[in-house]
Design a protein around this ligand. Structure first.
Ligand code: GDP
Ligand code: MG
Length: 311
């Protein structure tokens, strides 16, 4: 049986294999991605972002555990080099952890970020599509809340959770730094610690002044450590799904994801064409020489290179 059929059957080894092929930009990956696209679109994609150490991985684990109790298949993509799921270094209930890691209704994959500038690696789009085609009901993507990642995650996710914790002092700063705009649901995790109500009040007053949308952004208090508030969080996620489906927002969000994905594929192909194609590469080197010697300016050089592609 070929790779795409195995993916559609949800075969875990084939999923892992295709993800690796995708990460290595293999031609076989592209062929398979082309075949599976028409089988995607069913999974609900949840993005989880927020402060580092806020308990995102722990919360995702709790959510996954609950989704499994409802017999839903869960894919998890952790773009977080500091606390990968595979390390098993995070809290909780070891027995549950074991249960989840041996459960074939759960697929977990850790991925790196794209260099120091942040930003999700373009293969995240592919991995979401793969898990979707493989029959996952829910795909959860965890990102570290720095730089571009938090902006990018909105393009991929149907529902974006922003995780904050008490005792940061400066939680409002974090919110102002762009997280406010992207949250579909705020999660105040580590609610077993003091200071929770203060964070909730801060978020609420921010919402009062800045949010114009007709939908009030809910704030859910959770403790991943004590498995508290997870059911409430799932209820809010379900309400958000309802809201998306009953409004035009769902369609336009999905279009944004595909727009971002298409842009990414074109960008990647153009870059590799310009900088890896050997004929052009030699030409680029000589153009750089001319620019250095002031015989040519960089814009005219770019015109020449693009002219070769866009003829
Ligand atoms: N007290 C408390 N600690 C938590 C809670 N959730 C996570 N932690 C701890 O916070 C640390 C970071 O958790 P992790 O899930 O790796 O956070 P991430 O970096 O956001 O993914 C770990 O030591 C967890 O044990 C919680 O609800 N309460
Ligand atoms: Mg984490």
């Amino acid at each position: 049986m070929n790779l795409s059929s195995k993916i559609l059957e949800g075969d875990a080894r084939s999923i892992a294999r295709l993800i690796t092929l995708v990460e290595n930009d293999s031609p076989e990956a592209i062929e398979t991605m082309k075949k599976i696209h028409k089988h995607t679109g069913k999974a609900h994609v949840i993005g989880v972002t927020g402060v580092m150490g806020g308990g995102k991985s722990s919360l995702i684990f709790e959510l996954a555990y609950k989704y499994r109790k409802q017999d839903k298949k869960v894919g998890i993509i952790a773009i977080d080099p500091t606390s990968p799921f595979s390390g098993g270094a995070f809290l909780g209930d070891r027995i549950r952890m074991m249960e989840l890691s041996s459960d074939d209704g759960v697929f977990i994959r850790s991925m790196g970020t794209r260099g120091m500038l942040g930003g999700l690696t373009s293969s995240v789009y592919d991995v979401v599509e793969i898990l979707d085609a493989a029959g996952m009901d829910v795909v959860i993507v965890e990102t570290v809340g720095v730089g571009q990642d938090q902006v990018d995650i909105v393009k991929i996710a149907d529902t974006t959770l922003v995780v904050l914790v008490p005792g940061l002092g400066d939680s409002i700063q974090t919110i102002k730094a762009g997280l406010m705009e992207i949250a579909d649901i705020f999660v105040v995790n580590k609610a077993d610690r003091p200071g929770v109500e203060q964070v909730v009040a801060e978020i609420e007053s921010m919402l009062d002044i800045s949010r114009k949308s007709e939908r009030r952004i809910p704030i859910v208090k959770t403790s991943a450590k004590e498995s508290k508030g997870i059911t409430e969080l799932m209820d809010e996620i379900n309400k958000h799904i309802e809201y998306l489906k009953n409004s035009k927002v769902f369609e336009s969000q999905r279009r944004k994801r595909y727009e971002a994905e298409l842009t990414e594929i074109i960008r990647k192909r153009l870059m590799s064409f310009v900088f890896e194609e050997s004929k052009l590469k030699g030409r680029i080197d000589s153009l750089i020489d001319q620019i250095s010697k002031k015989k040519l300016d960089p814009y005219s050089a770019a015109d020449e290179i693009l002219g070769k592609i866009l003829k």
